[in-house]
Structures are given as C-alpha cells and as structure tokens.
Design a protein around this ligand. Structure first.
Ligand code: SPV
Ligand code: MN
Length: 624
C-alpha cells in the first residue's frame, strides 16, 4: 500500500501524509486513490503555501473565477444542481435495520456497490485534494476530526473558510485519532465546468464506517462534507453518547449591565436563521450547526463551523448592514450562482440598486426576461444562491467562537414560517413542554418557490428532519432526556416572524421586531421580566415590550399592535395539535407517549379557554 501511495503521491506529498502516523488514514486514502485514479494527489498541510495552492487551483481549473473586488470569486453549479438533492441522499442501512417511514434509506451493500462502481476512475485527468479539518473548536470534548477527499478545488477552498484546519491535530493524535471520512467527486464536467452526469448524482451516508460519499454534484449542501453530510454521522454519535447535534444558530444576546446570555435557535432553511444570528444588536457564534453537551448541570454549545455558507437572496443595505459591508469590501468570499456583470461585480435577487441588463449566471449567458426550457422567467440569481465567508470578517463576531468549553446555553428558540397560529414570541412552561410543543411540533410553510404548494405546511421537528440518521422517535426522546438532569435547563421559546393579520393578510411584525423578542427572552432567562400564562405558554407583558421597543428600536409600540400580535388563536392551535398528533401517530413509529400526553393537555387547556372566552382571546383576558 505504501509503495502505491509513494508512486501516486510523489515524494513531497507522500512525506506530508506520512507525517501523520495513522495507518487507518493511510489505508483509507490509498483505497480511494486507487479506485478514483486521479492524475495527481495533493495533501494539504494547512501551510500558507498549501492553502494558496488550493485557491489558485480553483481559479486555474475554472471552478472559480476572480471578481473585481480583491479576494472575491464566483463559482457556478449546474443549472439543475442548485440545492440539496433529498431524493438521492440516502442513509445506508444494513439488512434488518429500520429507521422508520420518514427517513430516506437504502440497503448498505447495494448502495456501497453502486457508489464504488460510480467512483471507479472518476478522477482520471484530475487532481485529488486531501484536507484535514475539525468540527467544533480544536482540542475540546466537542471536537470531531475529519478528512475530506475531493477532486473539486472549490469544495476544498470552501471548506477552508468554513471549518477549523486540523492537519496538525491529526499529526498530534497519530494512530489514536478517530475521524469522519468524506469522499467527493464532481464527476465529468461540461464546458462551464459544472457536473454533467446529474442522473448519477448520489449522496450516500455509511453510518457503520463513518464515511459519506458524494458524486456527480457540486452544490455545497451536497458536497461540503463537514456541513450537512457530517451532521448525519454526528447525530448518530450524539444519540449513542448523550449529546445533541442540532440545526441551530448560536448567538450572544446582550442584556443589561454588559451581560451576555447565549441562545441557540433552530429554523428550517429560509426562515430567518442566519438573519437572526446576524442581528447587529447581538453577537454571532454560528448560524447553522451546533453541538450541545451537558457539563456541571448546564447545557453548553459550540458552533461546529467557523464560517457562513449563507443565502444571498434579499440581502440589502438596510436589513443586513454587516453583511452588506463585508460583501462590498476586499476579503476572501466565494459567491455562488449569482449574476456576474461585465465589470465583474455581482448582483442578486432583491439587492439594492438596478440589475444590469445582462451578464453571466447559473443559466449561462443571462439577460432580463430570459426564459428556461419550460418558459419560466429566469431570475438574475438562483433563489438559493449563496456566499461563503469566514466569521472573522464580521464585526459582530462573538469572542467565544473558539473557546473549547463552549458557551452556556440560556435559551433555545424554535421558529418556522407560520402565517396564522403562533404568537411572535412565547416561552414554554418547562423543558418537556418546550421540546414537545415548540421543537417536535415545528412546521414550516412552503414558500412560493414550490409551484402550487404555497402555504402547505411541512413537518420538520427541530428543523432537523432532513439530517436525521436515527428514528425520529429516538431523536425526540434524546431531546427530552437531554433536559432531565440539568440543574438549570435552558428556557425553551417559540418565535414566529411570519404572523399575518387575519383580515388584511399583512405581516403583523416588521423584520427587525425580532430584536425586541431576543431582549425579552434574555430578561426571562434571568427572571428580570414577568410573563403572562396562556394555554400555550408564557407571553410578554405589554409594558415590558413597550419599554424594549423604545430602547432597542426607538419606536412606539401600541397596545393595539400588541393585542393583535399576541391574541391567542384557538381554532388554529387546535388544528395544529390535530395535525401534529396525526403525524406522530402515522408517520413516526413508536413516538414517545409523552408527546401525545403533552399535546393532549394543551388541547384541553385550549378547549377550556374557548368555552370561557371564545375563539380569539386577547392577552388581557389572561393577565388577571
Ligand atoms: C440549509 O439548507 O439548511 C443550509 C444550506 O444551511 S445547505 O448546505 O444546503 O444545507
Ligand atoms: Mn442549514
């Protein structure tokens, strides 16, 4: 094996690899070098020179092109490779294992056979990049080492901005290192350097061997091993070891007297997770994935990543001042699937200013009014177009990003796109009530992006459904158990940024009202604000919000707005409980009994309230 490696890698790269004394790692790399058969193999040691090699390779081989602003590059994915491919992403399971009806699985032997067939000689004519990273801060109980094999310099470069480098860590740990493994190939490329064989696009997750395979795709969510692919592996480990891997932001909320209280928050994609993490009144630790562990009776969290792979659609100077500034300043940023103008600047959907009449985008040459094969107008950028940057570019970065012990979690927030049921902010009665009625009951409405499906609610427990690798019932139970022996469990809140007026259909809140909800939640964690008990949870008092609106937004908050926003909508809540109960009965095998009990108790409270006050109950009914 070593002889083969020496020949394929050449002396310099062979030595770089051998500086890590780990035979299992050597074997893994040898196996895939032999199978994928690249022309060259580059072992990246994280030296400035090696990092530069990867960036330059991305530009040289056309995976990225330079833009006018220094450090900015653009990458395009195939027109039909613009998002996570749920259908072809499967957990490989040995015979006899059943993960329940909702998870997408495939027989392990069959899947491994198929993927190894696809991988054969797939890298011929290309360079293979080998990179070492760490999920979570280096040298902490959260850390998980990872090795990524990819023939895409774009993927290797992207990961450089998103994850903590760990070649040295591998070398230090030597033979004892345990690690996740990722094998990616973009496959054959077309003239635009995008993956061509999309019919053979596959993402297979082998839990047994801690390995994920991704082929014939370039879109980040399918290819960046440490992002959503590692999540499936981590969720299984978390379940076995008593911690949690969550689709959550982590942020520092700044309270009175310089106090900082950390929150985590789960929101389905495109529901305000990144914009919440980026509130300029607070500080960001992370915007996408968190690990949570218990220590000394408290919950601790870390950001698994150190960068952002963010949606660019809608970013504007008014609502996103920090991103706006960074996206217009020199610095290392990879844009993907936005419009590039002749002057090599970029434009995207709902950016300030005028869109240029033509340019290059994910569809190739683009002009205003261009239509796709189905006759649908192609927007200037894809709705899922993204940018990648390292958190250190942000002025609102929290100083605790890399602290090995993590941050103490004061509150956990769950939110989805909900036009008619939940109030803008509400605290649950306790851990179990919160996990069941906020996290496990999370639903989100589809946006106009899915034709004819607008308003349809998708069930998405903890916003983590796409990434589960264990049965849903087990995952919910793990969440319930996590709070059990915590002396001070985080408070659990539900938020809803998308509530609409029943008559006018207009949003009841302004985008930045969320700043106030976080300040209120922060006060609740420290028992510095009162609350009103309603059948579904605890809501803020008008006087407290009025004060906070003044302090945070410099705006008057009227009693009329409060009443509209915080009116309990009994019929909608009852309908939601029925939907969620039905789901847990039909789509989740062996759901924890407590889920049904907590939902049933809530239903009874709602029915009693309705008998007394009717269908729509204003908050003043509950204050006394
Ligand atoms: C999400 O869709 O939740 C993302 C982007 O964070 S992806 O990497 O595609 O998962
Ligand atoms: Mn995400």
């Amino acid at each position: 094996m070593k002889e083969m490696l020496k020949t394929k890698l050449g002396v310099e790269n062979y030595e770089k690899l051998m500086a890590i004394d780990n035979p299992k790692l050597h074997q893994f790399i040898a196996d895939y070098v032999e199978l994928c058969n690249p022309d060259r193999v580059f072992i990246c040691t994280d030296s400035a020179e090696d990092i530069k090699h990867i960036r330059e390779a991305a530009i040289r081989n056309g995976a990225e092109s330079e833009l006018a602003t220094s450090g900015h590059t653009i990458h395009f994915d195939n027109y039909h490779d613009q998002a996570r491919d749920r259908e072809h992403t499967n957990i490989l399971i040995p015979k006899g294992v059943d993960l329940g009806p909702t998870l997408s699985t495939k027989d392990r032997d069959e899947g491994l056979g198929e993927i190894h067939e696809i991988l054969k000689d797939i890298m011929k004519g290309h360079e293979l990049y080998v990179r070492f990273f760490c999920l979570g801060p280096i040298g902490s109980e959260f850390s998980i080492l990872c090795v990524q094999l990819t023939d895409s310099a774009y993927v290797a470069h992207n990961e450089d901005l998103l994850y903590r480098r760990a070649y040295e860590e591998f070398a230090r740990e030597g033979p004892s290192a345990r690690f996740f493994k990722f094998v990616h190939s973009q496959g054959e490329l077309d003239e635009r350097k995008t993956s061509k064989n999309l019919d053979k696009r596959r993402v297979y997750i082998d839990l047994q061997d801690n390995t994920v395979y991704s082929v014939n795709t370039q879109y980040g969510g399918n290819t960046i091993g440490l992002k959503k692919l590692a999540m499936r592996l981590a969720i299984k480990h978390a379940s076995e070891e008593g911690w949690l891997c969550e689709h959550m932001l982590v942020m520092g909320v700044h309270g009175p007297r310089g106090r900082v209280t950390y929150f985590t928050g789960a929101f389905p994609s495109m529901c305000g997770k990144t914009s919440t993490a980026m509130l300029d009144s607070e500080t960001i630790v992370g915007d996408d994935i968190a690990y949570l562990r218990k220590r000394n009776g408290k919950a601790w969290a870390v950001n698994v990543e150190r960068g952002i792979f963010g949606i660019i659609q809608g970013i504007n100077s008014k609502d996103d001042p920090i991103f706006w500034k960074v996206l217009h300043s020199p610095g290392e940023i990879i844009f993907s699937n936005v419009l590039v103008t002749e002057e090599k600047s970029v434009h995207w959907i709902r950016k300030d200013g005028e869109v240029s009449a033509k340019g290059l985008n994910h569809s190739g040459e683009w002009w205003i009014g261009k239509k796709d094969a189905a006759g649908k107008e192609i927007p200037c950028s894809h709705p899922n177009a993204r940018f990648t940057l390292n958190l250190k570019l942000l002025e609102n970065l929290d100083p605790k990003l890399d602290v090995p012990e993590g941050v103490v979690v004061g509150g956990i927030v769950y939110g989805g796109r909900d036009s008619d049921t939940s109030v803008p902010v509400e605290e649950s009665f306790d851990w179990v009530h919160g996990i069941v009625t906020k996290g496990a009951s999370l639903e989100s409405e589809r946006t106009a992006a899915v034709l004819g499906m607008e308003g349809v609610r998708e069930f998405n427990p903890m916003s983590n459904l796409d990434f589960l690798s264990i049965p849903i019932s087990r995952y919910i139970q793990d969440n319930l158990d996590f709070g059990k022996d915590l002396k001070t469990p985080p408070l659990i809140f539900g938020v809803n940024y998308f509530m609409r007026d029943k008559n006018t259909e207009k949003f009841l809140n302004k985008t930045m009202d969320k700043k106030v909800w976080y300040k209120w939640m922060e006060l609740r964690v420290h028992k510095e604000a009162d609350a009103i008990d309603t059948p579904t949870g605890r809501i803020p008092k008008y006087e407290d919000l009025k004060k906070l609106f003044e302090q945070v937004l410099g705006r008057d908050y009227s009693k009329g707005d409060y009443t509209k926003q915080f009116t309990l909508r009994v019929p909608e809540h009852l309908a939601k409980i029925d939907r969620v109960t039905k789901l847990y009965m039909e789509k989740v095998s062996k759901a924890p009994k407590i889920v049904f009990r907590v939902l049933e108790e809530q239903k009874q409270r709602l029915i009693e309230t309705r008998e007394k006050y009717g269908d729509y109950v204003t908050p003043d009914k509950f204050s006394t």
